[in-house]
Each structure stands twice: as structure tokens, then as C-alpha cells.
Design a protein around this ligand. Structure first.
Ligand SMILES: *Cc1c(COP(=O)(O)O)cnc(C)c1O
Length: 411
């Protein structure tokens, strides 16, 4: 069954995800909360189980067979992540707990030593709290300024305003690739070019981009790029910080301990090479292996086909919802990915979410860890349906039916 523009066999793909095949409140589950976390295909679950069942061992330490097998799979996970982002070398791939952890690493290890009183860091109105607070607190501590790129009513960055913000005092631009609330796809290549023309490095929060489109960090020319494994159909607790080698080389380690050292005496420690300098302690071995399986899975389907399929689904969803009286869409940029945020005249987002749940439809409601963005649009919260390649137009129709039910209940 190939009934869509991209030729994805979605019925077949859905078979790969055991969690999707269940009833919720007596209705078939319609999972539309993929921006919060994605479901796991059986191959990812199997990779985790196989590791713990057959190969469990610490890495880079033992000469014994199990440790060698675990190390091989762990190292392969790094190569897969490197290929996934098209980074120049495995050394530029640092395993972290997730996007939040990766941003904190850049804040503490890159920005802290480089930021002085009166300097600036630039973020945008549409950032996730994880890409606001580390910079805010650091700026407060250093007497530096946090500047915020404004957006228009559609949810697009005002690039002219951004250009004006850059000065010799700008030390870093930290910006999201795709908004988790609006779905806006930001022109990262342009943002990077403008910053680099003034010698300013750029860190990109890629949490909502890598699940939906092929990302090439060398083409973007960004200096840092972070994402979470659990949003690309992999396990929680694992993510990637990509950094250009020359920047990472110059940065002090973020946390200290075993694995990140070459030699230790009580007087002096010599740090390990990249990427190990930034990976103290026993790593999340199962997480790396599971994320590697998720990357293999995405590659087998193809990010370009995923992008095309989800784009078609998004357009269908936006069209359906904009046709419902009393529904207002938040985030209507022409370049958009996989997220439909909305509010309704008749009901608070929390009540929308509760009624949808009784219909088996899982969406997220609330501020989506982006309270300043909610303030920009003058709403306390939104309901958000976020799409994956395993979602279908039939499921969008069920969402619409469930929204009709909200209208019935509250009017
Ligand atoms: C989810 C998300 C984060 C935080 O990711 P964690 O996995 O919770 O660390 C940061 N930024 C964006 C845009 C996100 O969607």
C-alpha cells in the first residue's frame, strides 16, 4: 500500500511500532505527541534487549570478549551519529544526556570562559527553556546581556533585526533549528553566514529538526549542533553534541573523572583526546547502541522521504484545522515542520487535551517549555499536535472529530 506522495508504506511502518497498536479509553490510540518524544520501533527495543542480554559489559576497558563486543557496538554508535549529521570526524561527536545537557556543556565549557562583562549572547523568541536558561544565568553571573531576536505573527525570525543585534560584543548565537511550538524551520545557513561574517560562532538546537529532515552540519557550517536520541525514535538519556574539532580542542572539560583522562597523579591530570575529554565516567552504552539502531532505521526509510511524507501530512492537518470555526492556529510560517499548535475560543488547552484523550488522541497541552513564546502570542498555553511518519491522514481526521467533540462539550 503506497498511497502518498513519498511512496512510504505507512501501514507497514506502523507494524514496526508495538506501542501504536493499543486502545486508549476504548478508542484506538492516535499518538500526536511526537515533539515531546517519539515511539520506538521494535529494532531499537531489540538492540537494547540484545545488549543487556548478550553483550553487557563496560567499554574501552576490558580485554575480554564481552567488553570488546560492547566497545565495538558503542564505537559504531558514534560513527552512525557522525554520518547522521555528516560531521567531519567521530571526534566531533560528544555523547551527552540529551539536548539540554549538550546546551549546558556549550554554556559552561565554551561560553563561560569566553564571556565578559558587557558582552552579548543572542537567542530568539521561539527558544525552548533549555536554550534560554543556561544563557540567562550565565549572562547574569558575568554581567553580560541576553538579546532576543523578535518574530513576526506567523512565527518567523526577523532576520533584519538579528543582523542589527550583532556587534563586536557578541560572543555566541544560540538558536533553534525548528521550533517545538510553531514548527517554524529557521534559515540556519543564513543565520550562520551572518554571524560568521562578524566572527561569531553559532550553536544550533536541533532537537526538532533531526527527526524530520536530513541535516548536514558541514553544509550548515554551524559550530555546535545538539539533539536528543529520544526524539529520533531512540532511547531517553542519550543525545549528541556536535562541535567543530578546533573549538572542542580549545574548550576545558565540562565534568571531571574517569575516562576523560590520559594520566593522573595527585598533583596533575592530563586530559584525554576528543571526544573522551567530554565524556567522564561510564557512558550510556545501551543508549548509544539503541540510538544507533534508531539512526539505521531512519536511514532505511530515508530522511528525504520522511520529510516529503510529513510535509504532505502537515499541510493536510493545517488545512483541516484552519477550517474549524473557533480554532486559531499558532505558527503559520510557510517553512514549517510537523507541528500544529492551536487554541480554541470555547475551551482552555488543558480541557482540549482532556477531551481529546477520552477520544484516544494524545496531544500535548501547556506552554511546551516556551513560556516567553506564549507571552509573545498572548496565550497562556496551546494544544499541540506533532506528527511523525507513522501518522496518517485518517488520524488527522480522528483529531478533527475529537476537536468537534470539544466544541460540542463546551458550547
Ligand atoms: C525537547 C527539546 C529540548 C530539550 O530536549 P531534552 O531531550 O528534554 O533535553 C530542547 N529544545 C527543543 C527545541 C526541544 O524540542
Amino acid at each position: 500500500m503506497t498511497t502518498n506522495v513519498s511512496g512510504l508504506d505507512v501501514a507497514r511502518i506502523r507494524e514496526d511500532f508495538p506501542v501504536l497498536h493499543q486502545m486508549v479509553n476504548g478508542k484506538p490510540l492516535v499518538y500526536l505527541d511526537n515533539a515531546a518524544t517519539t515511539q520506538k520501533p521494535q529494532v531499537v527495543i531489540d538492540a537494547l534487549v540484545n545488549y543487556y542480554t548478550l553483550d553487557n559489559s563496560n567499554v574501552h576497558r576490558g580485554v575480554h570478549t564481552l567488553s570488546q563486543r560492547a566497545t565495538e557496538d558503542f564505537d559504531m554508535g558514534r560513527s552512525k551519529a557522525r554520518q547522521f549529521l555528516n560531521a567531519a570526524s567521530d571526534q566531533e561527536i560528544i555523547f551527552v544526556k540529551g539536548t539540554t545537557d549538550g546546551i549546558n556543556l556549550v554554556a559552561q565549557s565554551y561560553a563561560r570562559p569566553n564571556l565578559g562583562e558587557g558582552d552579548d549572547i543572542i537567542i530568539s523568541t521561539m527558544e525552548h527553556h533549555s536554550n534560554i536558561i543556561p544563557w540567562q544565568v550565565l549572562c547574569q553571573e558575568k554581567g553580560a546581556h541576553l538579546l532576543v531576536i523578535p518574530i513576526n505573527d506567523a512565527g518567523e525570525l526577523l532576520i533584519d533585526e538579528y543582523e542589527k543585534m550583532l556587534t563586536p560584543r557578541t560572543k555566541l548565537v544560540a538558536i533553534t533549528h525548528v521550533s517545538n511550538v510553531l514548527g517554524t524551520v529557521n534559515p540556519i545557513d543564513q543565520i550562520v553566514e551572518i554571524a560568521h561574517n562578524r566572527g561569531v560562532p553559532v550553536m544550533v538546537d536541533g532537537a526538532q529538526a533531526v527527526p524530520h529532515m536530513a541535516v548536514d552540519v558541514q553544509k550548515l557550517d554551524c559550530d555546535f549542533y545538539v539533539f536528543s536520541g529520544h526524539k529520533i525514535y531512540g532511547p531517553t538519556g542519550i543525545g549528541v553534541l556536535y562541535g567543530k574539532a578546533e573549538l572542542l580542542e580549545a574548550m576545558p572539560p565540562y565534568q571531571l573523572g574517569s575516562e576523560m583522562i590520559k594520566s593522573v597523579t595527585f598533583e596533575h591530570t592530563i586530559y584525554n583526546d576528543l571526544p573522551f575529554k567530554f565524556e567522564p565516567g561510564t557512558p550510556h552504552i545501551a543508549g548509544v547502541i539503541g540510538m544507533g539502531a534508531a539512526i539505521d532505521y531512519l536511514n532505511a526509510i530515508g530522511l528525504d522521504r520522511i520529510d516529503a511524507y510529513e510535509h504532505d501530512l502537515l499541510e493536510y492537518g493545517m488545512e483541516c484545522l484552519s477550517g474549524i470555526g473557533g480554532v486559531q492556529l499558532i505558527g503559520t510560517a510557510p517553512r514549517k515542520s510537523s507541528v500544529i499548535s492551536f487554541v480554541m475560543d470555547c475551551a482552555h488547552p488543558h480541557d482540549i487535551g482532556t477531551i481529546l484523550d477520552t477520544e484516544g488522541v494524545a496531544v500535548r497541552t501547556g506552554h511546551h517549555c516556551a513560556q516567553p513564546l506564549m507571552q509573545r502570542f498572548g496565550v497562556p498555553a496551546t494544544a499541540r499536535a506533532s506528527l511523525s511518519f507513522y501518522n496518517t491522514k485518517d488520524e488527522i481526521d480522528l483529531l478533527v472529530k475529537a476537536i468537534d467533540r470539544v466544541i460540542e462539550v463546551f458550547s
